[in-house]
Ligand binder design. Sequence first.
Ligand SMILES: Nc1ncnc2c1ncn2[C@@H]1O[C@H](COP(=O)(O)OP(=O)(O)OP(=O)(O)O)[C@@H](O)[C@H]1O
Ligand SMILES: [Mg+2]
Length: 388
Amino acid sequence: MKLALISRNKETNERIRGLVESLDGQASLHTVAGGLEQAASVAAKERPDVMLLEGMRHDEHELLLIEPLTLSHPRMAVVLLSPNHSPEYLRMAMRIGLREILPTPVAKEGLLETLGRIHQRLTAGAPRSSGRILCFVGCKGGSGVTFLATNLGYALASRGQKKVALIDLNTQFGDAAIHITDRKPVATLADVCREVHRLDGAFLTSSMLQVLPNFHVLAAPEEPEQAMHLRADQIDAVLCTAAAHYDLVVVDAGRSLNELTVRAMDHAETVFAVLQQSLPFMRDAQRLLRALNALGYGKDKVKLIINRFDRKGLVGPDEVAGSLKHEVDRTIPNSYGAVADSINQGVPILKLDARDPVARSLEDMAGALAGVRSREHGGWLRNLWTAR
Ligand SMILES: Nc1ncnc2c1ncn2[C@@H]1O[C@H](COP(=O)(O)OP(=O)(O)OP(=O)(O)O)[C@@H](O)[C@H]1O
Ligand SMILES: [Mg+2]
């Protein structure tokens, strides 16, 4: 792996050089004594896999200056070295495609974990033997992410052959479980993460609601404050275990890009971005697609879904595709009454009214997904976890 380090700090320079030398030739390092202003030329000339950039101001203004770099080099991972780890700063970093901020002074363990994750992402084209992860994210609140993720999960499982898991990553106010069952969860994502040291397939399954014998749901934390303790490495472990024990793992990522949801998107085979036909949705879709692009997800990974589609709507799929410069993968019709009944009763729409156009559309989507053979890719998530 090729690394470039841009820093004015001699100590950082020496420390990272020492760490890279200890990797026995697995990585090469090009160092530049300078700052952000050198980043573009170093990226163009050296074409590193990873750029380690020591920040100066550690504020949001500086992050905005980094955005052109992540946008023009989506395959290059930019790692900012900074002591600022405030939630607001991290959230903003994700939005500009900067997924890794390493605390300074850089510790060996932190650097190795970060490089390991980047390496695995870069080699995600290699064979994998675990379940496929499909992640749903909303361009805006109320896009229909939870309805689609839960009901697609049900539709995939109803076909009978596959074991399907749904994981609710709306860590604040998640409501996926109540979309499809009236039963109360025995445990939530927060409980599983708290006991991550004893996580295995049996523990995960016993923490989930059984909607069908082959469709299980891991509910979001009951209380928003429990979400504050969730860590990205715990989400890795949950997804790794789920992918090892289920054929398909559907993730409801809500509408936020944060350390946890971006981790799920990294592991996902497909990220479904959900929007509706109105200008506010289009505007937010543009921002989301820009962020997903800066995070390094290609057009083959990010698929647009227009939910509540109406032929007479303000903008059609061609206009959406033209203005967002991104093909529309599929449309899901609008069916207000049937969808509202399904959500209010906590019964999947396919079970409530299989002939409703929305139910048929989801069944069609499930059939198409089941027909696509998984593009097998790296068991790195499992390796990362089992290596601990
Ligand atoms: N295809 C559809 N046809 C009609 N109504 C729909 C459809 N999809 C979703 N809805 C309606 O949109 C509302 C929002 O859906 P949902 O809760 O799934 O959105 P969300 O993106 O998960 O929202 P949030 O951002 O709050 O998590 C639902 O109450 C439902 O009534
Ligand atoms: Mg939701």
